[in-house]
Design a protein around this ligand. Structure first.
Ligand code: APR
Length: 309
């Protein structure tokens, strides 16, 4: 039987994620949305692209949770996008309600699934998804660090005129505003970044990466980023389906790692068929450890606010 991936939310991020999965031929896809006609229309459009992509995976658009039954992976993108001037936190209450609904409905129908949560504020929504689903924490994972790292890699690549492929980095902490960059662990084909760029300039690139989402919101004016977010989700989906065991920065539930217990926060993990198979602990400088702990604290505060309503 083919792997089945359900994508909840057929907006920009959801539909682009469905596009990448269908085009890869790695899984059958169900695209679910509350809006009537949108998931059906986008799914039909994607189905009609399959002969040109030479893939046979199925793609179904639906407003019926029943169609997600038996999913192996559920990608959660349903919610409201961030508008200009709106912080991620403003979205907290609206999106917490949406997440509670879509995760509780789909978890019942796919008890063996793995959730990948994208809806912002992502770290908080991942924690809520885990509580609502009751799933093992290794099977409820947030997408944020891959995107933050990809943005940082992009800006380094722009700066140096070197292929982004050859730039490696890892980031920790909450997605976006609370990202904890690790310049010491950033290299250009294994060569430390500081050999290429002065520390003040590295800080400017970090600042741009941290605000990468807001920069795109300001340009688009209506809506937020979706190509790079969907590409980040696809990297996670692929690592799970093919059991690649990639080392990727994802939001995972910490159980004492980095001195934190019971909070979802971005850390390097090994991602394979069983979801988070290992959390990698790195030695941090005092400053990085302080930033990380601040980031975890912010997630905890937002979860408390979300759960208080
Ligand atoms: N059930 C199902 N779908 C829903 C629900 C719900 N209760 N509420 C909203 N949606 C759908 C909307 O109808 C819309 O099609 O979620 C979709 C969201 O799509 P967009 O508005 O295009 O947002 P998008 O850019 O895809 O971002 C989705 O990902 O990166 C994050 O910050 C972003 O939280 C946002 C999410």
């Amino acid at each position: 039987m083919n792997t089945k991936v359900s994508v909840l939310g057929a907006g920009n991020v959801g539909a682009t994620t469905a596009h990448l999965i269908v085009q890869s031929g790695l899984a059958d896809v169900v695209l679910f949305d509350i809006s009537d006609g949108v998931p059906q229309g986008k799914a039909l459009d994607l189905a009609e692209a399959r002969p040109l992509w030479n893939v046979a995976s199925s793609i179904v658009g639906t407003n019926d949770f029943g169609d997600t039954r038996g999913s192996d992976i559920i990608v959660v993108t349903a919610g409201l996008p961030r508008k200009p001037g709106m912080s991620r936190d403003d979205l907290l209450h609206a999106n917490a309600g949406v997440i509670r609904q879509v995760v509780s409905e789909t978890a019942k129908l796919s008890p063996d699934a793995l959730f990948i949560v994208v809806t912002n504020p992502m770290d908080v929504m991942t924690q809520i998804s885990r509580e609502v689903s009751g799933f093992k924490s290794s099977r409820v994972i947030g997408m944020g660090g891959i995107l933050d790292a990809s943005r940082f890699r992009t800006f380094i690549s722009f700066e140096l005129g070197i292929s982004p492929e050859d730039i490696e980095t890892i980031v920790l902490g909450g997605h976006g505003d609370f990202m904890v960059p690790l310049p010491e662990y950033t290299t250009v084909k294994g060569i430390p970044l500081k050999e290429f760029i002065a520390p003040e300039r590295i800080n400017e690139l970090i600042h741009r990466a941290r605000n990468g989402g807001a920069e795109i919101v300001a340009l688009l004016k209506t809506g937020s980023a979706y190509y790079a977010p969907a590409a980040s989700v696809f990297q996670m989906v692929k690592s799970v389906i093919l059991d690649e065991k990639r080392l990727l920065p994802c939001a995972a539930l910490l159980d004492g790692e980095y001195g934190i217990k019971g909070t979802y926060v971005g850390v390097p993990v090994i991602l394979g068929r069983n979801g988070v198979e290992k959390i990698i602990e790195l030695n941090l400088t005092d400053d990085e450890a302080a930033q990380f702990s601040k980031s975890a604290h912010a997630v905890r505060e937002m979860v408390a606010i979300a759960l208080s309503k």
